[in-house]
Design a protein around this ligand. Structure first.
Ligand SMILES: C[S@@+](CC[C@H](N)C(=O)[O-])C[C@H]1O[C@@H](n2cnc3c(N)ncnc32)[C@H](O)[C@@H]1O
Length: 357
């Protein structure tokens, strides 16, 4: 649970209703949801990141077994695996029902080998039935997809003028607009610093609170303009848009991304078959630090659940690193697929089932 949301007293019951449409004041544009695209030929927007390395490190043993794609997105990685390995079965999970509908459409030809779940993967793994077949491969490709920026209509991009929602799961939680309407300046500054490493967090928080006193900040373009006016001119004209880190921080907050990441890794490892592999792609240093430390602990032999050494006579490793250094995109991939620029892939193999239920 996100502490900022709790502190600001913003947790509300889910709105319910079919499709769980985003909260928005009436009159705001409805997103061009992908559910309307079902039945038509779907063009994928998102290019799967580090695809060759993911295929190499997570190639199923003998080309068979069960893979969980814990962040299915538009199904780019899933498509490549199902296509290359006819003996592979896959469970694809996404907390966003709209993007999952796109993936299902794209992967329709593999339906006899695939199953779908809508929800948060950390919850899926924690509720994994004891007697169910355990996966041999788990892929976690963190963050959001190009679809979210380009087509979701939920205000993820500062280049668009959309309702400021930014929730991945539109059935639960609080939109960014609602968060900004109530959060204190201090909490906001801390959030921008902790979730976005934003050096001008205090100035931006002050600017947002001032702007809010003149009227609610309800759109992505409106927020971007407030941030631009709040930062020093040299920052305004730097190589990245001055609102980049603010948008990242707020998205992370309303989706509880960093807070849930540790639970996601622990729960996934608990379910992974001994001898199986887990690959995680992260996109910023805050995520990567959590993944790196988690794998390091597991390789040194401390229980993910209790933090205690595993084994009576001291720590026994639960995992071994498959790649010592994270895989990063080649210059060509970074050029051709700019969202991949900051990606890091870490892969580890489960060597022992210790420390888990
Ligand atoms: C980077 S995209 C994945 C792209 C995908 N690998 C592809 O090639 O199309 C991440 C996706 O995971 C979803 N997501 C992020 N965190 C999640 C979580 N903890 N549980 C379930 N889905 C999550 C997002 O909604 C998004 O669609």
């Amino acid at each position: 649970m996100n502490p900022y949301i709790l502190k600001a007293g913003l947790v509300r019951p889910p709105p319910g209703g079919e499709g769980c449409l985003p909260r928005r004041p009436s009159g705001n544009r409805r997103p061009r949801g992908c559910l309307a695209a079902i039945g038509k030929k779907m063009e994928a927007l998102h290019t799967p990141v580090l695809l060759d390395a993911v295929m190499q490190y997570l190639a199923p043993y003998n080309g068979e077994g069960l893979m969980v794609d814990a962040t299915l997105g538009e199904g780019g990685h899933a498509y490549a695996f199902l296509n290359r390995f006819p003996g592979l079965r896959l469970i694809g999970i996404d907390a966003d029902r709209d993007i999952q509908a796109r993936a299902r459409e794209r992967l329709r030809e593999f339906e006899d080998r695939a199953q779908w779940r809508v929800g948060w993967s950390q919850d899926f793994f924690s509720a994994y039935p004891q007697d169910a077949e355990r996966p041999d491969r788990i892929l976690i490709d963190l963050g959001i997809s190009l679809y979210h920026y380009e087509q979701s209509g939920r205000g993820f991009s500062f280049r668009k003028d959309e309702y400021l929602d930014m929730r991945i799961d539109t059935c639960r939680g609080t939109s960014v607009a609602e968060l900004l309407a109530r959060i204190s300046e201090r909490e906001l500054a801390d959030m921008l610093y902790q979730n976005g490493e934003e050096r001008y967090s205090r100035r931006i928080a002050r600017g947002i609170v001032r702007a809010r006193s003149r009227g609610a900040i309800g759109s992505s373009a409106g927020l971007a303009a407030v941030v631009e006016l709040s930062v020093p001119p040299k920052y305004r004209h730097g190589p990245t848009h001055p609102a980049t880190r603010t948008f990242q921080a707020l998205r992370i907050a309303v989706n509880g991304e960093l807070i849930q990441l540790r639970a996601l890794l622990e729960n996934a490892l608990g379910v992974l078959k001994a001898g199986g592999r887990m690959g995680v792609i992260s996109f910023h240093s805050l995520e990567d630090r959590i993944v790196k430390n988690f794998f390091r602990e597991q390789c040194r032999g401390f229980s993910a659940l209790s933090g205690e050494p595993i084994g009576k006579d001291g720590p026994v490793p639960v995992m071994r690193l498959v790649n010592r250094k994270p895989v990063t995109p080649s210059a060509a991939e970074a050029r051709n697929n700019p969202p991949s620029r900051s990606a890091k892939l870490r892969v580890a193999e489960k060597v022992l089932d210790g420390g888990y239920g």
